[in-house]
Design a protein around this ligand. Structure first.
Ligand SMILES: [Zn+2]
Length: 525
C-alpha cells in the first residue's frame, strides 16, 4: 500500500469550489466527488513554517519549536536579532524518518525547512532554497545530479530565483505580473514532473510534495480570484489578469492529475493545505500600539511607515528601529502575528521571571480591550498565551499570538496611526485549509467535520500499516475511512536537538533570498 501526500500551499475550498463549479479544475472536481473532504484546521498562527512542520511531525509548535520563518534571539547585552529557522531548529522527528524506522521508504519534496536534509532512506529536496544552494538541500546528493540532467524541466525552477521573481513583481503594474504568475505555474509543473518521475521510476511507500504556487498567487492576486471581490465587465485590465490567474489554476489541475495518474489507482492520496486564504483590508500597527502603551521605545532610526511598505533592507535593520534597553514587549516579524516579551536573563532589562505572569496577563487584557478609534470596534479578537502551555520561561517562543478581526498579519512599523485601511484588499491566511482523501482506503463522496492538521500524520502512518507514536498530538480520523480501522499506537518519536554552538548559520545569500521572498509575499508590510 502506498500513500501520496499532495500539499497545495494555502489552498482553500472558498476558492477551489467555485473553480470546480465553473469547469476550471475538472480533475480536482472528480477527485472530490470520488473522495472524502473536510476543512483542515491550521496551527494557532496559520503560517507556512509552523503549519507544514506540525503536519509532518504530528506535533504542535510548542514541541517542534518552529513558529515562523525567523526567530528573535536576545543577546547578553539585551539587544535582539533575527535568525533564520532551518531543519536544525525543528526538535521533532519528521514523518520520513518515522516511516524509515518502520522499514519503509519516503520521498519529501519542497517542504519548508528540510535543509540541511536528514539522511533518510528515500529522497528529500527542501523547499524555500535558492537554486544556487539546491544541492545543499538535496538528499542523496546523486539525486541533484539526476534532477539537473532531466530534460523535462529546468532544475533551477525547483529553487527560489529571487532576481527573476523580483523583476516580475517590481513591474507588477506594468504588465509583467503575467510573467510572475506563469513563473509560479512553471515552478509547480517542475515539482509535479519530478514527483511523477520518481513515482514511476523508483516509488517509495510514502511520497509527499508541496506545490507552493497557490499561496504565492493568492498573496498577490487575491482580489482577482476571489469571486466575492469580482469587478464588473467594464474593467478589462482586471479581467485580463483574472484570466491569467484562472489559467494558473487550470495548470494546477493538470499538475494534480499528472501526479495522481503516476501514482496509480491503488494509491491512497491525501490532498491538503497548511492553511486557508481570505482577504485583508486593514493594517494594524502592533509595535506602534506597544510604543503608545509604554511597552516599546522606538530608536531615533525609526521612521513612520508613510507608504505602508518595508523593504528587505529595512527589515534586516528593523530591529535597529527599537531601543532594546527601554523595551519590554515587541513584535519581531509580521508573519509571527505575535508579541514577544523581552525577558531579563541577566542583562538587567526586560521582564523578570517572577513578574512574568502579571505582566503577560495585563498585556493580554489591554490587547483584547483595544478599540478602533474610528468606530469603537475590537481590533484584536484573540490573544493566546503560549507560555502557559508548557514551554519554559527562557524558551524563545512567542508569548502572545494574536488573531486580528481582519484575519491578516500585523505591521511592525512605526506609524502615525494604530490602524489604517489598505488601498486594495490583499490576500492573507485563514485557519481553514483543505483535506481531501481519495483512493482505496477512503470513503467515496461526502464531507466530514473539520479535521486538525495534526490528524494527517497518524492517518498517513495508519494507511502505511505503521504504528502511530504515542507522543503524536492528533487522532486518526476514522470517519474519513471506508472500513473501520483503529490506530495502532506504539513507541515514541525521536527528538533531536542541535546545540547553538555546533552549527553554522545559513549563508548570507540564503538569508537574503529568504528576506526578499518574504517581501514579495507581502510579509514585510
Ligand atoms: Zn503556506
Amino acid at each position: 500500500m502506498k500513500v501520496l501526500m499532495l500539499g497545495l500551499d494555502g489552498a482553500t475550498f472558498t476558492l477551489l469550489d467555485p473553480l470546480v463549479r465553473s469547469g476550471v479544475m475538472p480533475y480536482l472536481g472528480s477527485v472530490i466527488e470520488n473522495g472524502v473532504r473536510a476543512n483542515l484546521m491550521s496551527t494557532r498562527n496559520p503560517l507556512t513554517p509552523p503549519a507544514w512542520t506540525s503536519m509532518t511531525t504530528g506535533r504542535r509548535p510548542e514541541a517542534h519549536g518552529i513558529y515562523d520563518f525567523l526567530r528573535p534571539v536576545t543577546m547578553k547585552d539585551g539587544g535582539v536579532f533575527l535568525k533564520v529557522n532551518d531543519f536544525r531548529d525543528n526538535h521533532c522527528e519528521p514523518l520520513w524518518s518515522i516511516v524509515n524506522r518502520g522499514g519503509k521508504r519516503a520521498t519529501s519534496l519542497n517542504f519548508y525547512g528540510m535543509s540541511p536534509p536528514p539522511q533518510i532512506d528515500g529522497y528529500i529536496i527542501s523547499g524555500f532554497v535558492p537554486w544556487r544552494h539546491l544541492k545543499h538541500g538535496t538528499h542523496p546528493k546523486s539525486l541533484f545530479d539526476d534532477v539537473r540532467a532531466m530534460p523535462e524541466f529546468d532544475y533551477r525552477d525547483l529553487g527560489m530565483d529571487i532576481s527573476e521573481e523580483k523583476k516580475c513583481v517590481q513591474g507588477l503594474h506594468d504588465g509583467e505580473h503575467v510573467d510572475w504568475i506563469e513563473l509560479q505555474d512553471r515552478r509547480d509543473t517542475a515539482w509535479a514532473q519530478l514527483t511523477a518521475h520518481l513515482l514511476t521510476t523508483d516509488p517509495t511507500e510514502l511520497t509527499a510534495v508541496v506545490l507552493d504556487g497557490p499561496d504565492k498567487v493568492q498573496h498577490l492576486f487575491w482580489r482577482f480570484v476571489d469571486p466575492e471581490l469580482m469587478k464588473g465587465d467594464d474593467d478589462t485590465w482586471y479581467h485580463q489578469i483574472r484570466a491569467v490567474c484562472l489559467d494558473y489554476y487550470r495548470g494546477l489541475d493538470r499538475n494534480i492529475q499528472k501526479m495522481m495518474e503516476a501514482a496509480g489507482p491503488d494509491t491512497d492520496v491525501i490532498l491538503c493545505s497548511d492553511h486557508g486564504f481570505g482577504p485583508t483590508t486593514e493594517i494594524f500597527y502592533v509595535n506602534e500600539w506597544l510604543a503608545r502603551a509604554g511597552y516599546l521605545t522606538w530608536s531615533n532610526a525609526a521612521e513612520d511607515d508613510s507608504v505602508g511598505q518595508l523593504t528587505a533592507d529595512k527589515i534586516k535593520d528593523h530591529l535597529g528601529m527599537i531601543q532594546w534597553q527601554a523595551t519590554k514587549a515587541f513584535c519581531p516579524t509580521p508573519s509571527s502575528n505575535a508579541i514577544y516579551i523581552k525577558k531579563d536573563l541577566g542583562s538587567g532589562n526586560g521582564v523578570k521571571e517572577d513578574e512574568y505572569l502579571d505582566f503577560v496577563l495585563k498585556l493580554q487584557r489591554e490587547l483584547l480591550e483595544l478599540r478602533d478609534p474610528a468606530n469603537g470596534e475590537k481590533i484584536v479578537l484573540g490573544a493566546d498565551l503560549n507560555k502557559l502551555r508548557g514551554t519554559s520561561f527562557v524558551e524563545p517562543c512567542p508569548d502572545i499570538t494574536l488573531r486580528l478581526r481582519d484575519g491578516g498579519f500585523v505591521s511592525i512599523l512605526k506609524s502615525s496611526e494604530i490602524v489604517t485601511q489598505r488601498p486594495e484588499p490583499d490576500g492573507t491566511h485563514r485557519p481553514a485549509g483543505i483535506f481531501i482523501g481519495h483512493g482505496p482506503s477512503f470513503r467515496k463522496g461526502g464531507s466530514i467535520e473539520a479535521l486538525n492538521l495534526l490528524d494527517v500524520a497518524p492517518l498517513i502512518l495508519t494507511l502505511l500499516d505503521l504504528p502511530v507514536p504515542s507522543d503524536f498530538e492528533g487522532r486518526l480520523p476514522t470517519e474519513a475511512l471506508a472500513d473501520k480501522r483503529e490506530a495502532v499506537t506504539g513507541g515514541a518519536t525521536q527528538s533531536h536537538h542541535v546545540a547553538e554552538e555546533d552549527r553554522d548559520e545559513p549563508s548570507e545569500e540564503e538569508r537574503e533570498a529568504l528576506m526578499k521572498q518574504l517581501k514579495i509575499l507581502g510579509y514585510m508590510d
